[in-house]
Design a protein around this ligand. Structure first.
Ligand SMILES: Cc1ncc(COP(=O)(O)O)c(C=O)c1O
Length: 390
């Protein structure tokens, strides 16, 4: 059994998953297309709600900004984590209330802060003095939470280093925010995207709790803990199911921070990844020499048309073809563009049927997150990844 088949066997397939497959099978695509099923998004939201209990769920819009996804989630009562003016406008236009949208990027354009403030957004993230100054000037009196740097945890797609401040800076920044007239309500962190198991949160939560309790002891009235994202999807390695995972994370959070603290989570990947599959096509199968051990398989989708998370071969997508079951062998998998970094998997080749030919369809599973939003506008004249919503 392939890893994907094992995952399906464990989780069970159902009519919703079958519908995604049926839609792909029934459609002729003239370009790589992400097919998204909104009912799977709803199902994930509900699983997260059950697992996270009284935490407020802010969908990380960057994971998949398809208007239909935002509209569906707004209808279900989900809140949103927006990274830019564009994402804020999208959420508001799809029915989200401004007080349910947080501006979670720690690097914001001053004019976008002013726009958000005028639009009624009240909650902003920051990790530096200058950012607090911008917020105080353009969104006076706003609520802010400070993002903390945490140590890497073993997440497949780490988000350390670039964002957040060191724990030793938190007290000073909170005091500065207060002096600027801001309402410094709490802390945020990100455990790293695709943190496959709930137990992997434990060290990070210990780090954050140490800072949280020290800062509270110093007299700062923190009341919000934003636990960010990290909720995983199946990408070949075993992951905990979403509801059990979320429940376990929440239990760990409550054990360290108590029941009175307001918890906010920002799931992106966990909400949408398994709601989408890319219908792609083989453009060429070749060997570089007669004794080449590996075939090169070139797809019509690559690093620049949505599969950016293959950088460092970090996220391992799962491939299905109509020839599965035929004898299989290792392939180097690459995209179609004229850039030599457009190679998806080479260090760890992918096993694909030996019979695979140009023109064959390849379905790439669990691609609903960080694909359409990463697709370039048209490198080499290839159009951005198309999206079809069912
Ligand atoms: C601030 C913030 N929140 C949430 C997310 C979503 O993370 P994930 O997709 O791992 O759930 C990200 C991802 O980059 C992020 O930067």
């Amino acid at each position: 059994m392939t890893a994907l088949a094992t995952d399906r066997a464990l989780r069970g397939t159902d009519s919703i998953t079958d519908r995604l497959d049926a839609a792909i099978a029934a459609t002729t695509f003239d370009r790589p297309t992400l097919v998204l099923d909104l009912d799977i998004v709803s199902r994930n939201f509900q699983a997260l709600q059950r697992g996270l209990g009284d935490a407020s769920i802010h969908y990380a819009v960057k994971a998949n900004p398809a208007p239909q996804v935002i509209e569906r989630l707004a209808m279900l009562g989900c809140h949103f984590d927006a990274a830019s003016r564009g994402e804020i406008e999208l959420c508001l236009s799809m029915g989200a209330r401004p007080e349910h949208v947080s501006f979670g990027n720690t690097i914001k354009r001053a004019t976008d802060i002013a726009f958000a403030h005028r639009a009624g957004i009240t909650m902003f993230a920051a990790d530096a003095e200058e950012e607090l100054e911008k917020i105080a000037e353009h969104a006076p009196g706003a609520q802010v939470y400070l993002r903390l740097i945490v140590e890497p945890t073993g997440a497949d797609w780490p988000l350390t280093r670039k964002f957040g401040c060191a724990p030793a800076r938190v007290e000073g920044l909170l005091a500065y925010a207060r002096d600027l007239g801001l309402d410094a309500i709490g802390l945020s962190f990100h455990v790293g995207s695709q943190t496959r198991h709930a137990h992997m949160w434990s060290d990070t939560l210990n780090q954050v709790a140490a800072t949280w309790h020290a800062v509270r002891a110093a007299g700062f009235d923190l009341r919000l803990l934003n636990i960010g994202g990290g909720f995983p999807a199946f990408h070949g390695d075993d992951v905990d199911p979403l509801e059990a995972y979320s429940r376990d994370v929440m239990a760990q959070v409550r054990a360290r921070f108590g029941d009175a603290v307001q918890i906010m989570a920002e799931p992106g990947r966990g909400m949408v990844a398994d709601a989408g599959a890319i219908a792609a096509e083989v453009l060429l199968v070749s060997r570089k020499s007669d004794d080449d051990l590996h075939r090169w398989v070139y797809l019509d989708v690559g690093r620049f048309s949505g599969l950016a998370e293959t950088e460092g071969e970090a996220i391992r997508y799962q491939f299905e073809t109509a020839r599965d079951g035929d004898e299989a062998g290792p392939c180097i998998l690459a995209g179609p563009s004229c850039d030599s970094v457009d190679v998806l998997y080479e260090k760890r080749p992918v096993s694909l049927p030996v019979s695979l030919r140009a023109g064959d369809r390849v379905v790439i599973r669990n691609c609903g997150a960080y694909t359409s939003s990463y697709s370039s506008v048209g490198f080499n004249g290839f159009p951005p990844l198309d999206v079809m919503v069912i």
